[in-house]
Design a protein around this ligand. Structure first.
Ligand SMILES: NC(=O)N[C@@H](CC(=O)O)C(=O)O
Ligand SMILES: [Zn+2]
Ligand SMILES: [Zn+2]
Length: 429
């Protein structure tokens, strides 16, 4: 059935208009669109953006379906305004071959709430020793175009160089979890004042920066595309700025939690704040916001990382790192970037949809809001606020660092190729 989205504001600009959605496409945009037989939805000035694309999601299936499944993660994604997610390869078994990536891809299609694009592992079993069969995964039904050992760093420079070289031939990108493992042995929290006071072993900024600098040089040398996962330090942003100036083909993401939270959070020893890379200093969060506004950081990616209670509600040292992110990302971006005037809604479309779609090689996502384009859209109530409750999120796990916080901006509706996948906090069935 056609839909008439009445009283909406594309990119939050101008007077409200109506958008007619028919056969999966935007069929008309204007002041007095003829609704014919369409289902009319009154949307009271909601901001319309291209559907969000998450380059970095952990869906935990196969292997840890007690914490998230492709179905529950897809629901969280749709409710968060996402229309495509890239599912990281650190599952069990690891997504390092065509069988596993095709399984994830197929299951994503069955669920149908969001396009699930599996990320392929760079090395067999994420062991960092032998390249996985990148070509077979690229040529599989899942058409893998992003490769990453995320959770682990591709530490061996020769392997990293080869991965970059092969990925060029496959028109793919290598997404690096930048962490020099020799500098983070036993590390528990950002190496700085807060960790020193609490007696937590330090995780220095240079562990990230040294790998990012090396990888930028390798990408430059090979002419390949590099993507840097979850940038967390001011120093990394500076290295990226220089590399981009030199013409290196490098892109980078920042997570919502690294934009909002800092290591002042550690004082309570609550492992919900444990994450890799760790929460850094307030000066880092400020620098990351500026870098995202300036385009030095290309996009926001959630690094949505569900964990079971027994892996989080325990002492700091044995807790697993990671935080939920899909349903809170937009609100954190509104709070850290839109409200302070660092990004307008066009900018939000760029960092949450257009750039991640380009980096991930998705031709039908991150499209302009125009007649004839896919009706793959996210509608946001910009003036709403809501209070985060982990137990109310669609994920099986509850490890949100925003528990009890009131956040601005609410996703009202998500449309995937003309079909409503989420509306007023409910997932389509
Ligand atoms: N971010 C995290 O702290 N954890 C991620 C792995 C990762 O993104 O490095 C996870 O898989 O749990
Ligand atoms: Zn990582
Ligand atoms: Zn991750």
């Amino acid at each position: 059935m056609p839909l008439l989205l009445r009283g909406v504001r594309p990119y939050g600009e101008g007077d409200p208009v109506d958008i007619l959605v028919r056969d999966g496409l935007v069929a008309a945009i204007g002041a007095d669109v003829d609704d014919g037989d369409a289902r009319v939805l009154e949307l009271a000035g909601a901001v319309v953006l291209p559907g969000f694309v998450d380059l970095h999601t952990h869906l935990r299936e196969p292997g840890r379906e007690d914490t998230e499944t492709i179905a529950t993660g897809s629901a969280a994604a749709a409710l968060g305004g996402y229309t495509a997610v890239f599912a990281m390869a650190n599952t069990d078994p690891v997504a390092d071959n065509a069988v596993v990536v095709e399984h994830v891809w197929r299951r994503g299609r069955e669920v149908g709430l969001v396009d699930v694009h599996p990320v392929g592992a760079v090395t067999v079993g994420l062991a960092g020793e032998k390249l996985a069969e990148l070509g077979t995964m690229a040529n599989s039904l899942a058409r893998v175009r992003v490769f990453s050992d995320d959770g682990r760093c591709v530490h061996d420079p020769l392997l990293m160089r080869r991965a970059l070289e092969y990925s060029t031939a496959l028109d793919a990108v290598v997404a690096q979890h930048a962490e020099e493992p020799r500098l983070t042995v036993g590390a528990q929290a950002h190496e700085g004042e807060a960790a020193a006071r609490l007696g937590l072993a330090g995780w220095p900024a240079v562990a990230e920066e040294s790998i990012v600098a090396r990888d930028c040089l390798l990408a430059h040398h090979t002419g390949a595309r590099l993507h840097v996962c979850h940038v967390s330090t001011a120093g990394t942003a500076e290295i990226l700025r220089q590399a981009k100036e030199r013409g290196t083909r490098v892109s980078a993401e920042v997570t919502p939690h690294h934009l909002l939270l800092d290591d002042g959070r550690l004082a309570g020893y609550d492992p919900v704040n444990k994450v890799n890379p760790p929460l850094r200093t307030a000066a880092d969060t400020a620098a990351l916001r500026e870098a995202l506004a300036a385009g030095v950081l290309d996009c926001v990616a959630t690094d949505h990382a569900p964990h079971a209670p027994q892996d989080k509600d325990c002492e700091w040292a044995s807790a697993r790192p990671g935080m939920l992110g899909l349903q809170t990302a937009l609100s954190v971006v509104v709070s850290t970037m839109v409200q302070p005037g660092l990004l307008d809604w066009r900018g939000v479309a760029r960092v949450m949809s257009e750039r991640p779609a380009e980096i991930g090689g998705l031709a039908d996502q991150g499209r302009p809001i125009e007649v004839g384009e896919p009706a793959t859209l996210t509608l946001v109530d910009a003036s709403a606020t809501w209070t985060v409750r982990g137990a109310e999120l669609a994920s099986i796990a509850h490890n949100t660092p925003y528990e009890g916080m009131e956040l601005p901006g609410r996703v009202v509706m998500t449309l995937l190729r003309g079909r409503i996948t989420a509306y007023e906090g409910e997932v389509a069935t």
